[in-house]
Design a protein. Sequence first.
Lengths: 306, 362
Amino acid sequence: MEEIIISTLQRTMIAGTPLLLATTGEIICERSGILNLGVEGVMAVGAVVAFMVTMTTGLPWLGVLAAVAAGMTLSVIHAVAAITLQANQVVSGLALTMLGLGLSGMLGKPYVGKPLTLKMNDIAIPYLSDLPYIGKILFFQSPFFYLAIFLALGAWFLLERTRLGIQIRSTGENPRATETQGVNVFLIRYLCVITGGGFSALAGAHLSISYSKSWIEGMTAGRGWIAIALTIFALWNPGRAIWAAFLFGGIFVVQYLMQPLGISPNFLSMLPYIATLVILLLISLKDPKRLNAPAMLSAPYNRGER
Amino acid sequence: MIKITTSDRYDITPLRSLMTNIFSLVAGLFVIGIIFLIAGVNPLYAISEIFLGSFGSLYGIKETVTKAIPLILIGAGLTLAFRAKFWNIGAEGQLLMGAIFSTWTGLTFGDHLPSYLIVPLMFFSGFIGGALWGIIPAILKIKYSINEVISTLMLNYICAEFLTMLIVGPWKGSTRFGFPGTDNLPEAAILGVIPGSRIHYSTLILSLICAVILCVVIYRTRFGYETRVVGENPDAGKYAGINFLKTSLILMAISGGLAGFAGVGEIAGIHHYLGYPASVSSGYGFTAIIVAWLAKLNPLYAVFSGLFFAGILVGGDAIQISLGLPAATVEIVNGTLLIFLIMGEYFLNNKISVHVSTKSKG
């Protein structure tokens, strides 16, 4: 029993990792006032690029870098459409997802079903990993897990405690006033969208080279969309995103735990999606005012307009 | 030095709007060509194969019309929702729910009723199924301020799993030799097709009627006006006393219901039984988003843009076979075209002038 609980929690952390990475990226992006619905597509591209590069070069970290670069490049499309050309951000993001899923399917076709022999080894943190129970759960994990936590805390620090963070947040709340303070609103938004894309691709890289170690089409399975929901659940705060993501990681793991109980596997597969709706409903019921979305989220900014 | 200035354009004519769209599509195809080139395929050959495959032969045209039926139905419904800025991304799930409801009706009553009763009954139940799945996000949005993009998408996944649960479990047909899927619909419940094709004409006629009716609803009724106000100026709508919940419920019932119709057509017209979600609909709910956008949110234009994107689906299948490209190619084409369409709007709405002056600064 004890072992089951430990391994469940261990897998929860791993399942929550891509959600945390993607959610952190989306929070940075949305805080600057840009809604990016392209997460799912960028994640898929990140997954396939990381897999391809790792498979051909044998260097997983090079794969990760390539994935992040690809994700950032792809996000430039959304940035140009949404920021410079003031296009509808919902449609632009959807288009990015379609394009990303398509590109990943095309690029990844020769790699379907090929297992990655090379593993990204789990890292044991000295001393801490010897702790009873939590040692194995928290300190003997995939490097992506530590990276995700570190980046989420870093994003929190950046947004809440630095000058640049204030500029990002005020860009999302009131771009016109921010610009009068000499801040380049366009530059800030470009940086945030592109950074967010890098985070989504990182989440994808984790899925293909650490989580499942193989590539199949559609392997992101809606995780990008769940990350967008988690952004709301986390109230646009990367600190809250940490436990939100791992709560959802737990829901992904519970599916496998409940399978032997004779419950329909299709019903269990519904759980993360139902949970997303239930959680959004609960925060809305609890206190609708706390949904403090950035005031100018998804509103295009036009310099000349008064 | 060169100075670029932009100003609002006030003289947007239908012709200029059409030309912008055509130019955007051509620019999009150019980029798709580059992607083909990188993938090691001759771009001119691939793009001409797409259009030859869909519009270049009688067989291609028949298939294109067949695939246009769901796209027109869903696309027309989405124009209504998008006008109210209700981002219904869940047409795929609404289509599947329509398919589930109508399959139940067909299997339950099909043996006892004549064709002229069972077919309308199936369309009715398909509409109800799609509409029910459509009004859930409307309630969630207006009552609980839950983002409809998220809720409609989650409902897609939930519906697909629910459908699979039915066909591997309680609804598994006795004639399927243990494979997932329901039994075939009774003869009376199957829609007639134009001989030598897969065009189920009753759904085709229905889709055209729906597009016309929706056009009247949007431009000639109070409800149509209210949906436009909800989308364009919600504050004014609140002061004018528009009931947002009622308006959203109705427009999502229509949008979802039309997707449900499309589901009935796919089941009763083409497959004749309920199978895996991916075989019931090849992403029509998502492609229809682009159909609605290319149609400038006008349901009548959705007929033409529906045919155009049906052609891309058919042509995409053709190049998969002839050039060995993966199925995902169609998604690349769709995504790229959509990006160029929305980018093109900027150049429609803004006048861009470039001033070149020889004088140096200062």
